[in-house]
Design a protein around this ligand. Structure first.
Ligand code: HEC
Length: 134
């Protein structure tokens, strides 16, 4: 149907487009990141390992789905409210018997996660070059 020469031209065109687009994306400056504090890291480990919050909750939509996404929980709830949920449990969520220090670590981790962006992709702006911003 198409001549070999035509196919070769299309292949070269697509390869060059791919290379330019890759170069363009990699050249864009990365988002600024801050190193996590020791307390935030401790909270992250409680979240992931010790109490496995992630088996029921999501961050940026990833995780279990029994409970709500907690990416921006510190925006929606105050620290005393979150502590009250953790101390008493709520519906299917048990009381985890966390110490005050463990709760502080978890909340400081969740505060850092909240600062990293908006967890609801429906509010993201999509640009013509395929990138997004929040
Ligand atoms: C067994 C599953 C399960 C685990 C494990 C779990 N949760 Fe939950 N969590 C839930 C459910 C379900 C809800 C929602 C309850 C409701 O509103 O009916 C919830 C609610 C919450 C809320 C309140 C959310 C809101 O929108 O008000 C917070 C905060 C929370 N969980 C934090 C945590 C943290 C931190 C951990 C880890 C220590 C954790 N959860 C582990 C199931 C779980």
């Amino acid at each position: 149907m198409f001549s070999d020469k035509y196919k070769l031209i299309v292949l070269i065109f697509l390869s060059i487009s791919f290379l330019f687009y890759s170069f363009y994306l990699y050249k864009k400056p990365p988002h600024e990141t801050e190193n996590a504090t020791a307390l935030e890291m401790e909270g992250k480990m409680i979240w992931q390992k010790k109490k496995n919050c992630t088996s029921c909750h999501q961050l940026y939509g990833l995780g279990g789905h029994l409970g709500p996404d907690l990416t921006n929980i510190t925006q929606r709830r105050t620290t005393p409210q979150i502590e009250a949920f953790l101390k008493n449990g709520i519906n299917q969520m048990p009381n985890f018997n966390l110490s005050q220090h463990e709760m502080e670590a978890l909340i400081s981790f969740l505060t850092a996660v909240n600062k990293s962006g908006n967890g609801d992709p429906r509010t993201y702006k999509l640009y013509i070059d395929g990138t997004i911003s929040q």
